[in-house]
Design a protein around this ligand. Sequence first.
Ligand code: ADP
Ligand code: ZN
Length: 597
Amino acid sequence: MSRDPLQILQSVFGYPEFRGQQSAVIDHILTRRDALVLMPTGGGKSLCYQVPALCLDGVTVVISPLIALMQNQVEALNQLGISAAALNSSHSPDEQRRVRDSLLDGSLKLLYVAPERLFANGFMDLLSSANIALFAIDEAHCVSQWGHDFRPEYLKLSVLHEHFPNVPRLALTATADDKTRKDIIERLNLHYGEIFKSGFDRPNISYHMVDKKNGFTQLVSFLRAGQEGNAGIVYCMSRKKVEETAEKLVKEGFDALPYHAGLPPDIRAANQSRFIRDEGIIVVATIAFGMGIDKPDVRFVAHLDLPKNLEAYYQETGRAGRDGLPATAWMTFGHQDIVRVRQLLGGGDSPEQQRIEYQKFSSMLTYCEALKCRRKILLEYFGETLEEDCGNCDNCLNPPEILDGTESAQLALSCIYRTGQLYGSGHIIDVLRGSDTDKVRNARHDTLPLYGQGKDLSRGEWQTLIRQLLSLDYIAADTEGYGSLSLNEKCRPLLKGEERFPIRKFKRGSKQEKSKKQEIVLSSQEETDLFNRLKALRLSLAKEQNIPPYVIFHDKTLLEMAQQKPSTLNALGDIHGIGESKKSKYGPVFLETINNP
Ligand code: ADP
Ligand code: ZN
């Protein structure tokens, strides 16, 4: 077999070229030096060790905390004709013995293990008798207490270096913040390694935010406008809401399943497996779902509730569109969300921790309220600058008309103040709009000079404005009692007229928003039919082997087949994602479908 990385990429994986930093990382590893790779979710981290594994003599040991993911990777590698295996407690003694044998006789190219396994009964000794080419430490941020997923077993990985001083180590993560990065280097003793940091942009994901009215109805409209038949994830904050939403989606005719940590393990496993092995399934989930799933054709990620910080949001939305085809991140967001999340922040932790959480949540809200390109804000948060507007977020696609909301904001602030900072937004809006309610009359708020001064704005417009004041910390909402609004120090300059308050012009009615074509487009009905037949063939082949369809071919490969209609095996081999092994294994049946309409 060739030892040239590019040749391996083309002949084994069927991809024409390396992406971003892959090539540089691989060259570095082949000189047997350590490295830390920071790449966004979907950036292509796995190839950074899979290609060297095939170039180097010996076995590459991949340490990963995610058993489901290991299994998927092993299946995918086996499909490529690569000898790979995972060792975990779910395997029978027989299977474990087979893996050990292939490890020792040198036929195994990649071995996936969980960190706890690495240090269990004599495993290190076993490794010492094998010829180890490389250690790949996936999800390396698990070694850091600063990261969001600390795993104590990861701390022990520093001994790899002591036991195997000549074996290079490649640590990989999608978490990019400075503290975590320093921690990884420190704890894994990677001081002499190189750091490869890729851009964190995911240009194929389109970001959209809508004002929350009835979140569920809005979700359904979003799904009906171009997402039908697509696989996606809907995130909700509570288990109860997960179950309700999944049920309601099923009633609306969608193939939706719930997923949260409170469901029995067998149901959770079954739902996850259907999401991976069937097509077009929607999973409604709490954040417990998604880690360790590398399904490439997730077409949308929808949030019905607000995440606590941009790290979580970007990680969750990053699960969309790993295959590089168009995908959408969509979220509804309202006043109540802000109050609810603030309630949850920092419970029981140190004041310092609490301050950090508040700060992170503020950045999340700034993103939500943004009037400019959202991707610019996201990337800025992760330390990158985007020169031009992205052209693929709601603010770029439908630039908001910006009004001067200073006077309205001042009026709202005065109203909160004059009514004693004791009332929630409903009552404040009643007073502003001059509504005649019992509460208004009992409190004699109809006698205030500003009563009815805000009639020119609708309820919805006032709600949005108050939400903005809340998001941007001009006011606070009491999180314990009735959501009474009160003024924050920050509102002083605004009240004095030393600061302006720009707002987005409110859209009345439900005019269809412009959006980039998010569907996969083929140029003729004939091509679309062929694409669907190829998908059906892929699904039946996958079911026969009990593997996910995308492990056979990605959508992108089927799209190219439908467009190019190759008539020979050679021509088929030129298509994206078809290497030697898949060409001989699946080429003939796919050719038959293409050439016999
Ligand atoms: P990560 O682990 O960084 O989230 P993966 O390694 O799962 O990302 O890669 C994401 C997707 O991109 C995979 O489906 C993979 O097959 C594909 N991919 C990676 N590198 C390339 C490449 N050079 N050319 C084409 N596709 C690639
Ligand atoms: Zn943009």
